[in-house]
Design a protein around this ligand. Structure first.
Ligand SMILES: Cc1ncc(COP(=O)(O)O)c(C=O)c1O
Length: 412
């Protein structure tokens, strides 16, 4: 599918701005210090994000935390609108959370599983999610099904279609895994899940801010994401989308006086919007930063971001493939900005340390983060170099050069 087809009307309106990499780097002070290839870990925040966080903290310092919240009610409300725009959702369908995991958990643990019901997932599912499946199996006697992959390494749509029976309550998919360039066919999966009448939970932690996301097209009931990765927001932020029709059907696993109202000594009433999944206390400064990050991404346009990331990742894979003893491990019919590789002579963490000493940031992805997938591919760990639109071709060449030097030195 052409990238533009993923876009909502509003995203299309804002995507006319071309991606001026020079400007993006000027607005990202961290690019002066490091060649940052750890955008799938936590990206470099742009100035509008740090400015928003600092300004809000200053306001709290100047007039008091509660008073700052009252004064900024409109701007805080605008964060929900921004996240909703990013996803083509309604602001009432958005809950702001402190991480992607907590967002995912609030949806998952709200589901009322019965013994014998099935959860279907794919082999690239993230550790925290899979641990929750195992806990649900222990608690409720649910069955966990792993849908097999097709020849590209992504979830087989045929196998998924065959596995959908009346026992399947939930299909949970990780859109982009922490350890692979592979992008799962989230829309095609949504079509199959909805035809079968099951629920669909999408972990968009690595795709939010990287790929165009439209929850109406994906047809997910829930979507979780973080602020600090491809969205370039502050740490400690995330969000949950819950489809409007699902909100009132779900009682969150945890409630407080913001999520619910204590209306009589014996009773409470839960809010009617997705904020029933939130807690009262949060870092509003970081939330303002998240809002600024989403607006910043939409300002460039998700289509332009998505295209540049894919181009840079292709260039990086090709650069790495030229280095003797380096193997690129990414699979997928469609690949995104996460590039993974291994050396035949030096461990991923040694590569990470050596590159860090040269101010080049990469990450290490361990088998325990995506155990099913890594074990199936007999991998213990990989180096992960994740590109963003503000990375440059020069930085990619430098990473290639330094890695080649590291390889040569290790062979001596
Ligand atoms: C696919 C995926 N899901 C979930 C998470 C967890 O996100 P958080 O640390 O914000 O809870 C990660 C983090 O790397 C991830 O890669």
């Amino acid at each position: 599918m052409a990238a533009a087809e993923h876009l909502t009307r509003e995203q299309k309106q804002t995507s006319d701005m071309s991606l001026d990499v020079k400007k993006a780097r000027k607005e990202t002070p961290g690019t002066r210090n490091v060649a940052h290839f750890n955008n799938a870990g936590a990206s470099l925040m742009p100035l509008p994000v740090t400015d928003a966080v600092k300004a809000y903290l200053q306001l709290e310092s100047d007039i008091g935390g509660y008073e700052a919240a009252a004064k900024s009610a409109e701007q805080i409300g605008a964060v929900y609108q921004s996240v909703a725009r990013l996803l083509n959702a309604n602001p009432a369908e958005i809950a702001l959370m402190e991480s992607a995991t907590r967002a995912w958990d609030m949806a998952f643990y709200a589901l009322d599983f019965k013994p014998g019901e099935r959860i279907l997932t794919a082999s690239n599912e993230y550790a925290s999610n899979f641990i929750a499946f195992l806990q649900a199996r222990k608690r409720y006697g649910v069955d966990i099904g792993i849908v097999e992959n097709d020849e590209h390494g992504q979830i087989s749509l045929e196998a998924l279609r065959e596995a959908m029976d009346e026992r399947v309550k939930l299909v949970a998919l990780t859109h982009v895994a922490t350890n692979d360039g592979l992008v799962q066919p989230a829309e095609e999966v949504g079509k199959i899940v909805k035809e079968a009448g099951a629920l669909y939970l999408l972990d968009a932690c690595q795709s939010a801010g990287q790929l165009c996301l439209d929850v109406r097209k994906i047809q997910c009931d829930f979507l979780s994401a973080t602020g600090r990765k491809y969205l370039r927001g502050p740490r400690g932020t995330g969000f949950l989308y819950v489809k409007r029709e699902m909100i009132e059907k779900l009682e969150p696993p945890l409630l407080d006086l913001q999520a619910a109202n204590w209306v009589s000594p014996d009773s409470y009433e839960i809010r009617g919007d997705a904020r029933r999944f939130e807690a009262f206390e949060s870092s509003l400064a970081c939330r303002m930063g998240l809002g600024a990050a989403v607006d910043y991404a939409l300002g460039w346009g998700m289509e332009a971001i998505q295209e540049r990331i894919a181009e840079l990742a292709t260039a990086l894979r090709s650069e790495l493939s030229k280095i003797p003893g380096i193997t690129v491990h990414d699979r997928g019919e469609r690949k995104g900005g996460i590039v993974t590789f291994a050396s035949d002579r030096i461990s991923p963490s040694e590569i990470q340390d050596k590159l860090r000493s040269l101010s080049i940031n990469v990450a290490v992805t361990q088998a325990r983060h995506t155990r099913l997938d890594m074990e199936a591919r007999r991998l213990d760990g990989l180096v992960r170099a994740s590109v963003h639109y503000f990375n440059t071709e020069d930085e990619i060449a430098r990473l290639g050069l330094e890695l080649a030097r590291i390889q040569t030195a290790a062979a001596l």
